[in-house]
Write a protein of this length. Structure first.
Length: 202
């Protein structure tokens, strides 16, 4: 099976003609996801950093098509990646809007949870607070009372996820803000053993 490393993920985004603004968003989500994953690894969490990176990079690979067709973009991305032979990444991407399990009932740190949270912290290509992100979602998608209620529930669930993640760390949610000074194309590498950070242009 072909490994979904960063190079291959970026090639897939190009192959499927993902628009530049969605690529920029996905790159910023990847920075956030890798930043958190690295700190969690340092804190002793057993996470596959490669899966976090692939899930972040590819979570919106079918977003533009879905905007045009009305399909669920998380589900269409899942189907695409599964067909390409990447079931683990496909399953993570499928959960980037809604997780399968509520952390109240299944408090486990997973790659899917990190990708889900990282995406909720990025508005377009900027890292923002959850309040800012969900205010934007309400403006863009809250056209009915039912949709507004769904977005509100999702906000509450994501606040619980945020608390679950950061209670394990000696940093807070605002620590992600420092990534905004970087171009989205800068790769954030985390050394899970030492917690050392490297920034590379890739």
């Amino acid at each position: 099976m072909e490994i979904l490393d960063r190079k291959r993920c970026l090639a897939l985004l190009q192959e499927y003609r993902v628009p530049e603004h969605i690529v920029s968003h996905s790159l910023r989500v990847t920075q956030a996801g890798m930043f958190i994953a690295g700190h969690l690894k340092k804190a002793g969490e057993n996470l596959d950093i490669g899966l976090v990176e692939a899930g972040c990079l590819l979570h919106d690979i079918t977003k533009m098509d879905s905007v045009n067709t009305g399909q669920d973009h998380a589900l269409s991305a899942f189907k695409l990646l599964e067909a390409l032979g990447h079931p683990a990444t496909a399953d993570i991407v499928r959960q980037h809007v809604h997780l399968d399990c509520n952390i109240k009932h299944n408090p486990m740190m997973t790659e899917a949870l990190l990708v889900n949270y990282a995406d909720k912290r990025v508005r377009h290509a900027s890292i923002v607070t959850l309040s800012e992100r969900f205010e934007d979602l309400l403006r863009r998608y809250g056209s009915t009372a039912e949709r507004r209620e769904m977005i509100s529930r999702l906000h509450d669930e994501t606040l619980e996820i945020e608390s679950f993640i950061f209670k394990k760390l000696d940093i807070g949610p605002a620590s992600l803000d420092e990534l905004n000074v970087l171009d989205p194309a800068v790769k954030v590498n985390a050394d899970g053993e030492t917690g050392n950070w490297k920034f590379e242009i890739r």
